[in-house]
Design a protein around this ligand. Sequence first.
Ligand SMILES: Nc1ncnc2c1ncn2[C@@H]1O[C@H](COP(=O)(O)OP(=O)(O)OP(=O)(O)O)[C@@H](O)[C@H]1O
Length: 253
Amino acid sequence: MSARRLSVGGLHLAAGGHALVRGVSLTLRRGRVLGLVGTSGSGKSLTTLALLDLLPPGVRQVAGMVALDDAPADRVALRGRTVGLVQQAPRGGFNPLVTIGRHFTETLACDGIRDAAARDAMLELLREVGFGDPASVVGLYPTQLSGGMLQRIMIALALARDPDFLLADEPTTDLDLVVQAQLLDLLERLVVRRGLGVLLVTHDFSVIARLADQVVVMDAGQVVEQRPVRRLFEDPAHPRTQALMAAHLALYA
Ligand SMILES: Nc1ncnc2c1ncn2[C@@H]1O[C@H](COP(=O)(O)OP(=O)(O)OP(=O)(O)O)[C@@H](O)[C@H]1O
């Protein structure tokens, strides 16, 4: 049965005796988008990676528990099947020597989906993320596609094992504004159609305003504010949130 909530509680991370993330707790809910914002280095990516036990070498989890609904979860078992991961800079997420089709067949084979069934599933996934002629994409290599197309494909790969939750770490960074808007529309459609629970990591408040229901603000490894998106924009409480918002308005208002 599908889980309704994915949560991390009391997460502490450290490297070389230096605390990087301190006491972070947050909860994703199916059909909802939780925005995670904060300045560079505030601990957003490490928190996201800790959910799937994918911390980089040298970073250690000192405390914290990940739970599905209210039961402790095996984080390695969550990868792909329950929780999909989409990261920034899609080009680095692909093997340049392998076709797009092979990226899909290898992922689908994890669930025993092969041959004609794999091809049908791959074409359907590519169609779902907006490729009108998916068959024309499967024989291409990652270098033959634009950043926006690769980011769509990375989302399709993250959906290949039909997860309940999606962790999207800066999914629109480095893409032009038109492609960014298309990707945010796509994520919104997926939340509605699949009932996905999404963690949307970004430093961009316009992305938060467009998609998030609830927002967590991090600063120096800690959660400093957590509230519904509308209330955050109307009345940012913490000085760090106010500063991030002011910087955003200075650039885009
Ligand atoms: N492998 C590592 N070893 C030691 N420290 C690290 C490592 N990776 C990240 N850090 C440190 O942990 C802190 C949090 O990093 P993290 O990447 O989670 O920040 P972030 O909020 O995602 O920033 P950005 O928006 O720039 O991606 C930073 O001070 C960073 O320098």
